[in-house]
Design a binder for this molecule. Structure first.
Ligand code: ADP
Length: 513
């Protein structure tokens, strides 16, 4: 690993301070350690950067990048640093300076007529929600499970939400990017001076680059156009619980045609029993023993609390008349299952809570204290084919591995249009070295086992970038070599997030060789 020379770092930090002001540059231990992953084991597994700098605008970002390039100081950009389960605000390794974009938090434009927002990295889901509601703008955002994080950062990492616009990366339209040489680039139609359709036509002229800046280290995104959903007239929610684990395949099969033909536009998520118990109470309320909770105990808890073994809801968004027809279609599709839907509706004008519009919430973060706390988690995210049999195989394989390693399986399957995101979390006690060691070992074997079965992850924790990237090895790593070729060309000094997604600049590859 390339280690930063202290004198050079010191000189660079002084130059950064001259750009952003002394108050926005940090070298002290408290600040540095504040960037470590708040959900990771409390050992050297999560890295503290050497320092941090927080610019207020794009000109300052450009100036910082130019200094960093000249002095060979790698930068790790973050938007709000709330990417929990995947590394939070932590860099891949410690020999970097954080480029903290949280001060760039302007909502630059909301276009009601054309349904989009243009925003900066520091805007959180909470900020956007508040702005839309207080300004009475009839557009809905889609949000991650907790609303603390950055709208822009989450879309760049391909986060998912639960409205019809829940595949966030697919709603991005037009980026402004600072390149590795400090130049300013606009993607798509934004490259045309005075462009009138930057946030409307996502492709531009020639190659499209928006997607290349997602989950990547090819540039620093300073501005994003994102489509927002017009507020629907009506939403209709159909909630169902399954009593048995083995009902999952039938549920998946029932849902697939409805996603494929667009009857269901949002992304329903089949959450398992522990995912639902954990939001109610810590594990000790259900079981005091060690090792994974036995099936019989889980079943008692299911009966006692009224949660299902799988819990999911299908929410329809749109005109009431159409939702009513589609609800009948959904009910018919699930009629082979011995359960009833619980139906609830929302009409425009009623309070938003319960409508399907995400409202500010940090509740999702509480579950990490399942074991009593201070809790942490690692999120494992393979993609599954949208098939009952294949989802079942993936579920039983992965759940079995969790339980063999002594962990409860906390997970669920979130439906895309043609795939399922199988998201499970290894929940551990951050202070228990034995347990966190087991969690890390389990994670590595999950990556390896999944890859052998043809299941790749769609996203992973900073610590496992290289391991996951290696599984995408087709044709002697052709994709990795392609990424490296692009990286070396667009970031010639190798200063933007070295190692992100397993993509290392040339100097680091040579140092590792
Ligand atoms: P959030 O607060 O939405 O969870 P983060 O700020 O934690 O998002 O970002 C997650 C990861 O995405 C970062 O570690 C970084 O690799 C990448 N990232 C975030 N913002 C940017 C950006 N503006 N430009 C380039 N990469 C970014």
């Amino acid at each position: 690993m390339i280690v930063l020379d202290p004198a050079r770092l010191e000189a660079a930090m002084r130059r950064f301070a001259a750009i952003v002001g002394e108050d926005h540059v940090w070298r002290d231990d408290a600040a540095r350690h504040g960037y470590k992953d708040a959900m990771a084991p409390r050992d050297a597994m999560s890295y503290a950067p050497r320092g941090a700098v927080a610019p207020a605008n794009v000109e300052e970002v450009q100036a910082i990048v130019r200094v960093a390039g000249e002095m060979g100081i790698p930068l790790w950009p973050i938007s709000r640093g709330k990417n929990f389960g995947y590394g939070g605000s932590a860099p891949r390794f410690g020999e970097v300076v954080m480029l903290d974009l949280v001060r760039m938090n302007r909502i630059l434009e909301v276009n009601v007529e054309h349904g989009y927002v243009v925003l900066e990295p520091g805007v959180s889901f909470d900020d956007l929600y508040t702005y839309l509601v207080e300004s009475r703008i009839p557009l809905w955002m889609s949000a991650a499970a907790h609303t603390w994080g950055s709208v822009l950062g989450n879309a760049l990492e391909r986060g998912v939400g639960y409205t019809p616009y829940g595949e966030h990366a697919s709603k991005v339209c037009g980026l402004e990017v600072v390149t590795g040489t400090g130049e300013l680039l606009r993607t798509g139609m934004g490259a045309l001076d005075g462009a009138r359709t930057w946030q409307m036509f996502p492709y531009g002229f020639g190659p499209s680059w928006d997607a290349a800046f997602m989950q990547s280290n090819f540039g620093i995104v300073t501005r994003m156009g994102l489509w927002l959903m017009p507020e629907p007239e009506h939403t209709l929610n159909l909630a169902m619980k399954f009593d048995r684990p083995e009902d999952l395949p039938l549920g998946v099969e029932a849902l697939r045609p409805l996603k494929l033909d667009g009857t269901v536009q949002a992304n329903p998520s089949f959450g398992n029993i522990i995912r639902n118990l954990a939001v109610r109470a810590p594990r000790s309320e259900y079981y005091q023993g060690t090792g994974p909770i036995p099936a019989s105990v889980l079943d008692d808890a299911r009966v006692r609390t009224g949660v299902g073994h799988w819990n999911f809801s299908i929410r329809l968004f749109g005109d009431k008349a159409i939702n009513t027809i589609n609800a009948e279609k959904v009910k018919r599709a699930f009629s082979a299952l011995p359960y009833q839907f619980e139906v609830s509706e929302w009409n425009r004008g009623e309070p938003l809570r319960g409508s399907g519009s995400p409202t500010p919430s940090l509740a999702a973060l509480g579950v990490v204290d399942w074991l009593g706390g201070p809790g942490g988690h690692l999120t494992f995210s393979p993609v599954s084919p949208f098939s009952g049999a294949e989802a079942w195989e993936q579920y039983t394989t992965i759940r079995g591995m969790y339980e063999d390693a002594g962990f409860d399986y906390y997970g669920g399957f979130t439906a895309g249009q043609r795939y399922l995101n199988h998201i499970s979390m290894i929940l551990f006690n951050r202070d228990d070295a034995e347990m966190t060691g087991r969690a890390n070992a389990l994670f590595s074997s999950l990556i390896e086992t999944a890859a052998r079965r043809g299941w790749g992850e769609y996203r992973t924790h900073t610590l496992f970038y290289d391991e996951v990237a290696r599984t995408y090895g087709y044709n002697n790593g052709a994709l990795r070599r392609w990424n490296e070729t692009v990286k070396d060309a667009v970031d010639p000094h190798g200063i933007i997030a070295p190692g992100k997604m397993g993509i290392w600049p040339r100097a680091y590859r040579e140092a590792q060789a």
